[in-house]
Ligand binder design. Structure first.
Ligand code: AMP
Length: 281
């Protein structure tokens, strides 16, 4: 596996691959890799000639009061895991390599960046969109892989790629869960044993909403109340939001039509966890 630290070298790697007629799949991550990330890398490997993974904890998507400084970092463990799933190149640039001191360009997606998580993290999606476009411009991959775990992020990236005529195909991949249903997340390391137990309530409440919707319950207020009961019944939990909304526009729904997104953000101890599922009825 090739380790790349510099933008110029990453560009050269991408352009040599293209010259040789090889397809490239990119998996952008913030590291502290787990099975969720690895599932994206395996897919990139299966669908492309070369799989590139980037590890970059992007400062511009964190507000000053968030966990940028303490975000879990494990460069050696990450490198071993990426090698295990046969990633061809691991791109780990420093912050100065990605942002020049006088950089001032920022992407905005009004109407998408300000809903759900964006209501509580006002600069987050602008930071994500800008850095992802930079990585797409540096690597110029044929395909880039993102998890549905970060549903709103996937929607933002699909939209920016469409709006800005980006050639890369954006591929969404299913949520990978622990055996008890908890969505895998780098932030799960923040949970102690009791909090980890409480974290199960996110998936349990989503599953209940799904089965209620399947048996005909369409009122968003009732579904939200049931979700709330399950989560608030567990210690150390604090709901930030529960949304039942249109899966493309993220507009809130009062009644579930044929399909809806249920998305949650919940503080469990000092971990802010997100999860979601699609309701069909
Ligand atoms: P992160 O390192 O948290 O920024 O995540 C990097 C990529 O991995 C994003 O596209 C995430 O959506 C995806 N990802 C993170 N957790 C999971 C998971 N449990 N299942 C599937 N994809 C995931």
């Amino acid at each position: 596996m090739k380790q790349i630290l510099f933008v110029s070298e990453m560009r050269r790697y991408g352009s040599e691959a293209r010259k040789a007629g090889k397809t490239v799949g990119l998996v952008p991550t913030m590291g502290k890799l787990h099975e969720g990330h690895l599932s994206l890398m395996r897919k990139a490997n299966a669908e492309c000639d070369l799989a590139v993974t980037s590890i970059f904890v992007n400062p511009t998507q964190f507000s000053p009061d968030e966990d940028y400084g303490s975000y879990p970092r494990d460069p050696e463990g990450d490198s071993a895991l990426a090698e295990e799933v046969s990633v061809d190149a691991l791109f780990c640039p420093g912050v100065d390599e990605i942002y020049s001191p006088n950089a001032c360009t920022k992407l905005h997606l009004p109407g998408l960046e300000d809903k759900l998580c964006g209501r509580f993290r006002p600069i987050h999606f602008s930071g994500v969109a800008t850095v992802v476009l930079k990585f797409l411009n540096i690597v110029r991959p044929d395909k880039a892989y993102f998890g549905e775990k970060d549903y709103q992020q996937l929607l933002v990236i699909k939209r920016l790629a469409k709006d800005l005529n980006v050639e890369t195909e954006i591929v969404g991949c299913p949520i990978v869960r622990e055996p008890d249903g908890v969505a895998m997340s780098s932030r799960n390391v923040y949970l102690n044993a009791e909090e980890r137990e409480s974290a199960r309530s996110l998936y349990q409440s989503l599953s209940l909403a799904q089965s209620l919707a399947e048996s005909g319950e369409r009122r968003a207020s009732v579904l939200k109340e049931k979700i709330k009961e399950i989560i608030c019944g567990r210690p150390h939990t604090k709901i930030q939001y529960i949304s039942i909304c249109h899966p493309e526009t993220l507009e809130e729904m009062e009644e579930v039509q044929s399909i809806a997104l249920v998305a949650l953000a919940v503080w469990v101890g000092k971990a802010r966890l997100i999860d979601n599922c699609i309701l069909k009825c």
